[in-house]
Design a protein around this ligand. Sequence first.
Ligand code: PHE
Length: 349
Amino acid sequence: MKEKIEEIKKLALEMAEKAKDSKELENLETKFLGRKGELTQILRSLKDLAIEERRIIGPLAQKLKKEVEELVAEKMKEFQASSFKLQSKIDITKPGKKIHGGHIHPLNKIEKEIRDIFLSMNFSVVEGPEVETDYYNFDALNIPKDHPARDAWDTFWLKQSVGGLFARPDSQGKSGLGLKTPDKERKLLRTHTSPMQIHYMQTHQPPFQIIVPGRTFRYEATDASHETTFGQVEGLMVGEDVSLANFKFIIEKFLTRLFGEGVEFDFRPNYYPFVEPGVDVYMKWQNKELEVAGAGMVHPEVFRAVGYDPYKTQGFAFGFGLNRLAMIKYKIPDIRLFNSGDLRFIKQF
Ligand code: PHE
């Protein structure tokens, strides 16, 4: 019996050593440990042995059973590991593939920064429609009928709707049908974000302070610093005693937060029909002077248009050119890059 066990042991080890796949291991397991396996039979016959013999053979057989089980399990693991390697062909030493995520457009990036700066100064952020009427874009802002801003060369006029019909307006605003849209209601793409001053004041009472980021449109020739579609950030702060000094303080804080301590800018007088006095904010860009904002104290006529008492109300308004701020901050040499859709440009942000 002892020899028989030794024999089984030798054979089992040999077979396990030679096994080339898990199938052969399974066969080995059945051969020795299966229901009718050679080792199983020995274990089963222990009870028929004489007690002295059983004491010797029993532990030997049990030990061998354990050895074979362990050997099979170990070998099985090896086969599984190597077959996984073959199947998936994963080379964990290879450098990973770069994932190309999207990029935030520089205009969105700077707009977000500007929103956060003004929010921290207790301004509210509001938005308005891109399609406006003559009244909101011009009249209510005290822009007289003969102001150059109304020139057909500056404004994208939309097809006018008359009684539900659309027709292209002629130079007098008459539609091709010979019907005339009332001047005030003639539709256009806003040439600035200032019309939101009117919308907001019509529906709110001072004191308040808001900014209005948004897209604006001008029908004009483009060059490195002029575009037909560009962003503006309007600002409006109105109260009983809001002064030009307050305006200066806010602008200084804003530009310092956006560009950093020591930012260079200056104010120069300019004329806008909806402010008095009017100023422009200038900054340096590519060694040139660039106008980055128009601003001033809100004109009494504008307060009148929204039903405020100009003797009891004061405020300042400003309109920053978003693209121009971005051009200075990110050193962009041409405003036309923003809308170019050129990925080489976008990927830098
Ligand atoms: N709306 C003016 C423009 O687009 C800028 C401006 C805003 C000027 C507010 C004065 C006050 O040029």
